[in-house]
Design a protein around this ligand. Structure first.
Ligand SMILES: Cc1cc2nc3c(=O)[nH]c(=O)nc-3n(C[C@H](O)[C@H](O)[C@H](O)COP(=O)(O)O)c2cc1C
Length: 190
């Protein structure tokens, strides 16, 4: 058995506490997030770096309960079970082409990942949590948001909210409701 099968929450060095403080709970409560807080979260994302400073990230997020319910239905069942308690469901889309020459932008999804990390860290600074989700049905996301599949890839769905009562999670999810460990630095070296 290789050492990488043992994931531990042991630190290799003391990075800033904000990196450890970010994790992805599933127990959320649907207390509203103010429009001011959403603006701060998106402001953080806006300053992410990107190839050619293209800023390919585009956002659609739920404002009303009706939007939220519509967006919850685009998720796979396993995610619906818990993400239906998120305060906000956000999608990050990646613009497929560069604006200056219309050429395909093969870094657009990478850049959206940078934007997501900013969202996740800024959310924690506001006392909120974010949980990224790849478990969605793309056709349903395009339909629910009205975004063009020709022009935009779906980078990720994100549940945002305050922590809820973990004991209300289904048993299989309750078991997983804790921060995950990581591989050690030496395991990441090629
Ligand atoms: C691209 C991406 C896709 C993910 N998709 C899902 C998902 O569909 N459902 C889910 O419950 N968690 C999902 N996660 C959460 C990861 O499982 C989680 O980030 C990982 O286990 C590390 O745990 P931590 O975020 O608590 O540190 C996703 C995370 C990322 C970055």
């Amino acid at each position: 058995m290789s050492s990488s099968e043992f994931l531990v929450r042991e630190r290799c060095a003391e990075a800033d506490a904000m990196f450890i403080d970010r994790w992805s709970p599933r127990a959320l409560n649907n207390e509203p997030i103010s429009s001011e807080q959403m603006e701060i979260i998106l402001e953080a994302a806006r300053w992410a770096p990107s190839a050619y400073n293209e800023q390919p990230w585009r956002f659609v997020y739920s404002v009303t309960e009706q939007d939220r319910n519509l967006f919850v239905n685009t998720l796979v069942e396993m995610n619906q079970k818990w993400a239906s308690n998120a305060s906000v469901l956000l999608f990050i889309f990646a613009k497929k082409t560069f604006s200056h020459n219309n050429a395909p932008n093969r870094w657009a999804l990478f850049d959206c990942g940078s934007a997501w990390v900013s969202i996740a860290l800024q959310a924690r600074k506001l006392g909120l949590y974010s949980h990224a989700m790849a478990g969605f049905v793309p056709e349903k996301v395009y339909e629910a948001t009205g975004v063009s599949p020709e022009d935009y890839d779906i980078a990720i769905a994100v549940a945002l909210g305050k922590r809820g009562d973990a004991s209300e999670l289904p048993a299989d999810l309750l078991e997983r409701e804790k921060p995950n460990g990581r591989k050690m630095i030496k395991e990441l070296m090629l």
